[in-house]
Design a protein around this ligand. Sequence first.
Ligand code: B12
Length: 290
Amino acid sequence: MDSDSLTTTEVARLCRVSDATVKRWATAGLIKSERTNGGHRRFRAEEIARFQNEQGLGTKQSVGDESVAKVGLRRGRGRKLSDCEFFHALLAGSENQASTILIRRLLEGETLTELLDGVVTESMHHIGELWQLGKVSVAEEHLASRTAICALHNLRASLPVPKPQNKLAICFTLEGDLHELATHCAQVTLESEGWEVWNFGANTPLFSISEEFDKHSPDLVCISSTLMNQIDRSSRDYVSFREKLENHRAKIAIGGQAFEEDDLSDRFPADYYLKTFSDVIKVATEIQTK
Ligand code: B12
């Protein structure tokens, strides 16, 4: 199967209609398609996601709904195979293929957080292992990271529009840390719950974030730290950051490998220490219902 696009039968299955209906939609110009050399129609996953959202069709789901997740997992699509496909698409720098894999899996019923905690994180970790073994170059690792970020943002554009929650979150990675993927994952997760999110990305000084507080007053701050080179300095900056936050309502959630490896909770006191993006949904729900 071509992992860049969907066949008429796949679209029909996703939208729960007949092949003939899909062909009619395509002929009427309701969904854009391309033709293979053999004259068969092919559809881009982003296009189908857009159409489904517009029309309220098919497997459209509430993101994070565990019951939907289980249905997705029970379906016979080789999980390992497509995880592997995603990993290869990242290494090849194929933005279109990587995006299609994620969007297709979402359409098939996997939850957003399953994709983030599973396929995206695992593929990047696998790339890290190969890099450590000298089997993946620094250039390939850079390309894979950029491709993953692009795929995440294409996936984001394909998500159903959620009910706005009137909540604001800020995401960033601590100063000196260039690993930004988790901030994008947290952003997409919170947005899928109807939050507004400002993602400041990698290498963000804490003092500059505290200045943002006076302007925007967020409800949640998501901090990611993969690699902390200067723990003493970062923890000192964090103490002043917390002091500035005292008069604000924002909760602080911290995650990342730097916190998984060592217990840094004394030096970085926070409201939540999170490991997964499905935890982010739980926190968002808790804040919303208060
Ligand atoms: C991509 C990558 C990079 C890219 C980052 C590009 C970018 N734009 O983000 C670049 C090339 C910049 C890079 C640089 C370096 N890297 Co690097 N990198 C990685 C790699 C392969 C993937 C990281 C990633 O994106 N993962 C995907 C995200 C989604 O997952 P995650 O970050 O692991 O986060 C997970 C959790 O931690 C948690 N999480 C994280 N943050 C948050 C926040 C919240 C709120 C929540 C809920 C959860 C959460 O959620 C995720 C699910 O479990 C990892 C491999 C690995 N095992 O992680 C190495 C890795 C992290 N890098 C490593 C190293 C050594 C480096 C360098 C020092 C290499 C060098 N000599 O220059 C530099 C350091 C640069 C710096 N100052 O930060 C080591 C770190 C080892 C260690 N702990 O000491 C790793 C583990 C590779 C390895 N196997 O050795 N790297």
